[in-house]
Design a binder for this molecule. Structure first.
Ligand code: SAH
Length: 226
């Protein structure tokens, strides 16, 4: 299904999301404009449709409006220099957007963790096609093949954590790897799912707020995913 924000070019897709009120901030606008979604999809003809697209191995690249929601929600924690974890990084698209938000003239770092090794490799090719080879080479973007439910402690703690697949329950290791303060954007649930915004404050207190109902692929075991 194509949503109302679809465009013929990347610029038009982003402009339509801005006009629909899905992108509010100039910083998210600038970052999403720099990332050409055509480099992160299998079907070029549908690159600029505001809909998820199958990318193989039981995974989909999320719809652009969900990536916009995630970037806007995490934005207060995506200052230049911030460390960010993207769990279930799939195509690598959101890693690219997050990179542009935290690396502007600063040593921000984005770690993407993806449990299908073929997708982790493909996402690196996508990022290179999108001009982000230097960021991969110098470690400002790191793509790890592994189980994201455990997070990636050696790259943390993280000011912001995005989870791109639905967890049955909140994974404790991810909460532990948030900075104080820090924020996680995570879909939680099985047959019905909602996005939770999980905030850790400067004293370590954690609170959660449900934002919207969604439908994501599950955050699961590698051998459970076809
Ligand atoms: N934001 C990504 C979403 C991809 S779909 C994008 O837009 O491209 C969700 C991804 O989570 C899939 O690639 C799937 O392989 C991955 N995934 C599912 N369970 C996982 C786990 N336990 N650890 C790491 N990745 C996982």
């Amino acid at each position: 299904m194509a949503w109302r924000c679809s465009g013929v070019t990347n610029a038009e897709l982003i402009k339509n999301m801005m006009q629909a009120g899905l992108i509010h901030s100039d910083r998210v606008l600038a970052a999403m404009t720099k990332v050409d979604r055509a480099h992160y999809v299998r079907s070029q003809a549908e690159a600029y449709e505001d809909s998820p697209q199958y990318i193989g191995h039981g995974a989909t690249i999320s719809a652009p409006h969900m990536h916009a929601h995630a970037a806007e929600n995490l934005l207060p924690f995506l200052r230049p220099g911030a460390h960010v974890l993207d769990v279930g990084s799939g195509s690598g698209y959101l890693c690219a957007v997050l990179h542009h938000l935290v690396s502007d003239n600063a040593n921000g770092k984005v770690v993407g963790i993806e449990h299908i090794p073929e997708l982790a490799e493909w996402s690196k090719e996508n990022l290179r096609r999108d001009g982000l080879g230097p960021a991969l080479d110098d470690g400002r973007i790191e793509i790890i093949a592994g189980d994201g439910r455990k997070g990636y402690p050696s790259g943390g703690p993280y000011h912001a954590i995005h989870v791109g697949a639905a967890a049955p329950t909140l994974p404790i290791p991810l909460i532990e790897q948030l900075t104080q303060p820090g924020r996680m954007f995570i879909p939680v649930g099985t047959s019905s799912q909602e996005i939770l915004q999980v905030d850790k404050d400067s004293t370590g207190n954690v609170k959660q707020e449900a934002l919207m109902d969604v439908m994501y692929v599950p955050l699961t075991d590698r051998n459970q995913q076809s």
